[in-house]
Design a protein. Structure first.
Lengths: 220, 463
């Protein structure tokens, strides 16, 4: 079952693309443009795995909504233009799981959502792409039911590609997420690992290179 | 050297010199007085002695006495009257003397005829020697009286000592008093400098106490008025800095929101395979947001460069109204709001383009606040331009803030209508550049009236 995410954001242009991306990544969601609306809706429907809250909302601001989220045990990520440290500290101290400052990269938002869901144990642990199934729990990969041996970094790369299938993942982003920001090797490392994955899992057609950007696992 | 020490030293020196000179003079005068008094006494005694000696000699002697007899008689007579320290000479030869010293060494005793007196120091004793001559029985006698006046000198030196002690004591007391007085007088200066230091440390509200009416009090007063001016200036600067910071903070926020959606939509278009209608929507949003950013930049530019291309002259009002109608026709039609203009014949001092921009902003605001079908009225009379609507109105507690940059009463509603939150801020800047003021009267749900009040012709000066 897909994770369900509450989005409270008053700017429709921003909530629009957040909704699009949540949808393409396979999340379900509900968008509220007014804090008070969200507060009214919650008692009736609080089956959310995560909430993305803008701080400056009409009706009821994000910090106030936080109390309700705690009551219903919904982890919160603030998504706000308030970049000052005191707001950040207040947000995190009040119990938010994370704090993202606008403007942000979409993929960064998605990765942070994933990290929070993983932390609270609500992330899907088994991913499937055609006849490839991977289990994040015991870090195993099977192709048509047969176990395939992958190096740890190859496994992480495959997991990320599968989680964000049909989305182009820039090389820099992959390097950051899998190898870490202090990795000194160049983006060629990514190319080598992608080539290994193609060979081991027979993904020559599906794992596409997108010129100048990165790679995409395409389910078409 | 500290000022109090300097003044104290100078005063002490002056005191010492004055008292020293005066007391020296006084001592000299009184010594002379004592000595001359002593000499007078001795002289009187001497005169007595001389006249008694002369009388007795005249009484007993005869002119035909031999030299030896005369000498014996003289010795006899002299002995009757003399004290122990007198000397008698007859024709230059000493007849009687029981001095332990030879007065001839101190005095020219042989100097007959001219009585003289003098002071001398013989074997450590001070003496005064008085002499006189007399001619009796055709012999020349000289009589000298030698008086020991050591005790007079002793008295004088004792007087000098006593005097010195008293004067030194007085001077010391005087110095202490002077220092105390100077320190007391310097107290306000110290207080003043304490205040100055505190102000230098940034306590601009600090004032120096004005305790006296003298020069220092005056200085403190002057200093306080200077501190007041500095404080006002610093506060003004702080105010400006704070406003600027608020403005930049607001600006950043205003830019961030559209930028976030442009970046977000662009990334989504770039990295995902969107269905065609969703992709088109995203593009449309990007376009809208960019247009909005452009509008924001335009207004900002106007706000910043306003003062540079200002050209104020008397312009007739009617063409301005016409231009406002033309400039707002499209938006008014979209919102279904009617514009009514009422204007006289007059002229107003203005930069036509800027005033047009101000009024279009006001009409824009008025029409945003109105519901479709309502009428907004723009009228001019005297030196006033007035914009009246019958729309939503502004809550009283927000009235003072509506002219701040980026302040919006109903943010989401305003944003939906393309508001940047800069309209009234810009209007205020334009009005200020004209020397005019903006006054807003509003009642919730009854409408808002905004007045631009131009200054009188005479009082207006180009800022």
């Amino acid at each position: 079952m897909a994770n369900r995410i509450l989005v409270a954001e008053d700017d429709r242009a921003i909530s629009g693309f957040i909704a699009n991306n949540l949808q393409y990544t396979g999340y379900e969601f509900a968008v509220f443009a007014d804090g008070a609306d969200a507060a009214r809706a919650l008692p009736g429907d609080h089956a959310f795995d995560l909430a993305l809250l803008d701080v400056m909302l009409p009706g009821m601001d994000g910090f106030e909504l936080m109390e309700l989220m705690k009551k219903y045990n919904i982890p919160v990520i603030y998504v706000t233009a308030k970049a000052d440290i005191s707001s950040k500290i207040k947000g995190l101290r009040d119990g938010a799981e994370d704090y993202i400052v606008k403007p942000f990269e979409v993929l960064e938002l998605l990765v942070r959502i994933e990290k929070v869901l993983d932390r609270v144990g609500k992330l899907r642990r088994v991913l499937q792409f055609r006849d490839i199934v991977i289990s994040l729990e015991d870090r195993t990969v099977t192709l048509c039911g047969e176990k395939v041996d992958l190096k740890p970094l190859e496994f992480d790369l495959l997991a990320m590609l599968m989680r964000y299938k049909d989305r182009t993942l820039p090389r820099e982003r992959l390097l950051n997420e899998i190898w870490g920001i202090d990795f000194v090797g160049g983006t060629r490392t990514v190319d080598v690992h992608v080539a290994n994955l193609r060979k081991k899992l027979n993904l020559y057609d599906e794992l596409k290179s997108v010129s100048k950007i990165g790679y995409r696992l395409e389910d078409a | 050297m500290k000022l109090w020490l300097k003044i104290s030293l100078i005063c002490t020196a002056v005191l010492l010199v004055v008292v020293g000179v005066c007391s020296t003079l006084l001592l000299l005068v009184s010594r002379d007085k004592v000595l001359s008094l002593t000499v007078e006494n001795v002289k009187a005694e001497q005169d007595n002695l001389t006249s008694s000696f002369r009388q007795m000699m005249t009484l007993y002697g005869r002119n035909d006495l031999g030299r030896l007899e005369a000498r014996s008689l003289a010795l006899y007579c002299f002995r009757q009257f003399t004290g122990e320290t007198s000397v008698l000479t007859m024709d230059g030869e000493t007849v009687y003397s029981n001095l332990v010293f030879d007065p001839g060494r101190s005095l020219s005793l042989t100097d007959t005829g001219v009585p003289s007196d003098c002071f001398a120091t013989v074997n450590g004793t001070h003496v005064v020697i008085v002499g006189s001559g007399t001619n009796v029985l055709s012999h020349q006698f000289s009589i000298y009286t030698v008086q020991d006046i050591t005790n007079v000198y002793g008295d004088i030196s004792q007087l000098v000592w006593r005097f010195g002690v008293i004067i030194l004591t007085c001077i010391m007391a005087g110095v202490v008093l002077i220092i105390a007085l100077i320190l007391y007088a310097m107290q306000p200066v110290k207080e003043l400098s304490r205040s100055v230091r505190r102000i230098a440390r940034g306590e601009y509200a600090q004032r120096a106490p004005v305790v006296s009416n003298d020069e220092i009090g005056e200085l403190a007063r002057d200093f306080n008025s200077m501190a007041g001016a500095v404080q006002a200036h610093v506060e003004e600067l702080k105010d400006v800095a704070q406003r600027q910071q608020l403005f930049i903070g607001g600006l950043t926020h205003e830019f961030k929101t559209p930028l976030t959606s442009v970046i977000g939509h662009a990334e989504t278009l770039l990295y995902t395979k969107m269905p065609p209608d969703a992709a088109e929507n995203s593009l449309l949003t990007i376009h809208e947001q960019c247009k909005w950013l452009e509008r924001l930049t335009q207004k900002l530019l106007k706000l910043v460069t306003l003062q540079e291309d200002l050209e104020i002259k008397e312009e007739p009002v009617e063409p301005l109204m016409e231009a406002v109608r033309a400039g707002t026709a499209e938006t008014l039609q979209q919102r279904g709001v009617l514009l009514e203009t009422v204007s006289g014949e007059g002229t107003l001092p203005m930069d036509f383009d800027l005033m047009l921009s101000l009024l279009i902003n006001l009409v824009d605001n008025a029409s945003k606040a109105s519901s479709p079908g309502q009428t907004v009225t723009l009228r001019t009379y005297g030196r006033t331009i007035e914009m009246e609507d019958r729309g939503a109105g502004i809550p009283a507690e927000e009235l003072s803030r509506v002219m701040e940059p980026f302040y919006m009463v109903d943010k989401s509603r305003s944003k939906k209508m393309g508001g940047t939150g800069l309209g009234l801020a810009l209007a205020r800047r334009i009005a200020e550049a004209h020397g005019a003021q903006i006054r807003i009267v509003s009642e919730q749900d009854r409408g808002t009236t905004v007045r631009v009040l131009f200054p009188d012709n005479k009082t207006f000066t180009n800022p």
